[in-house]
Design a binder for this molecule. Sequence first.
Ligand SMILES: Nc1nc2c(c(=O)[nH]1)N[C@H]1C(S)=C(S)[C@@H](COP(=O)(O)OP(=O)(O)OC[C@H]3O[C@@H](n4cnc5c(N)ncnc54)[C@H](O)[C@@H]3O)O[C@H]1N2
Ligand code: MOO
Length: 329
Amino acid sequence: MREVPVEQAVGLVLAHDMTQIVPGKFKGAAFRKGHVIQEEDISRLYDMGKRHIYVMEIDAGELHEDEAAVRMATALAGQGVLLAPVHEGKVVLKAATSGMLWVDKRRVTEMNEIDEISIATKKPYSHVDAGESVAGLRPIPLVIAEEKIAHVERMAREAVGGMAMIDVLPYKPQCIHLVTTGSEIASGRVQDQSGPILREKMARYGLGIAQQVFVGDDTSDIEQAIRSAHAAGATLICVTGGMSVDPDDRTPLAIRNSASQVVSYGTPVLPGSMLMLAYLRETVIFGLPGAVIFDSKTSFDLLLPRVLAGIAITKKDIAQLGVGGWLNA
Ligand SMILES: Nc1nc2c(c(=O)[nH]1)N[C@H]1C(S)=C(S)[C@@H](COP(=O)(O)OP(=O)(O)OC[C@H]3O[C@@H](n4cnc5c(N)ncnc54)[C@H](O)[C@@H]3O)O[C@H]1N2
Ligand code: MOO
């Protein structure tokens, strides 16, 4: 700590909180510990009766929290991510567009293992809207060793595959087709709910439904509907109904017969455990079980943003949903 005249303190760092009291109007911290004194602060300091203040020494090889936070944020932020102005040693990263939040989970975890580094993100692969905060980061102390920040910067430079540590990936244009199975729906005995519900879900991501067809419970009819949707240019086909074990449940077999690759039948998520994911060349096929129509959040909601962002999903990705995959309260 060093004592300096107020008029020589611009650019220096305040060593402690400074309380201002204006009788009947204000009592509180006028300036916080760690504040970097600005030109316009001088007259307020005079008003508070200050002629000298204590400032903090920042040695060579050390950084003030604000500078450290900005350097970390700049190193971590990739496409679709903006930095909010630094405030009290913290920078918030915001989504510049809507899309899927990508986080390099392994490297960010390694960064958080560095003592005095704190990086908090929203859940990777989740949907974010433009303007939404996606992460906040800060060094823990007011003054931090520069080497720690340089270490974070070096790790961030190791990013691969064109991604940074934290990106918001915009959704690719989609042509979405629905294949609604079930004789009770096709015959009109039960009014279709999958259409309205999936339409509303997709609308939240700014997407519409190109076409919906109704088929019964016949395997070859369902297969035919999937192939027709693919031929018509569908990039995403959602098949609802008939996903479980009743004799009339033909959807998994129909998807298997028409797909070029089945990633998984079954997901370790409840609700939505009977979900199936397959590909017909580039086209994604979802077999959606009853829960997707009857529950607001299911396995489908966990997988949909990354499908829309054009990220291929593997069996391992699906297996990783299990821990934390019990979604009901
Ligand atoms: N013994 C077992 N029973 C059940 C299992 C299981 O593995 N073993 N799985 C359970 C799970 S999980 C689900 S989810 C449900 C039903 O799954 P399905 O995808 O096979 O659904 P459906 O049998 O076709 O329909 C269930 C119910 O919902 C109505 N429905 C279906 N589609 C629509 C629609 N588009 N609009 C309105 N209503 C619809 C349908 O008429 C049925 O009443 O099975 C559990 N049981
Ligand atoms: O697969 Mo069911 O959709 O878990 O409830």
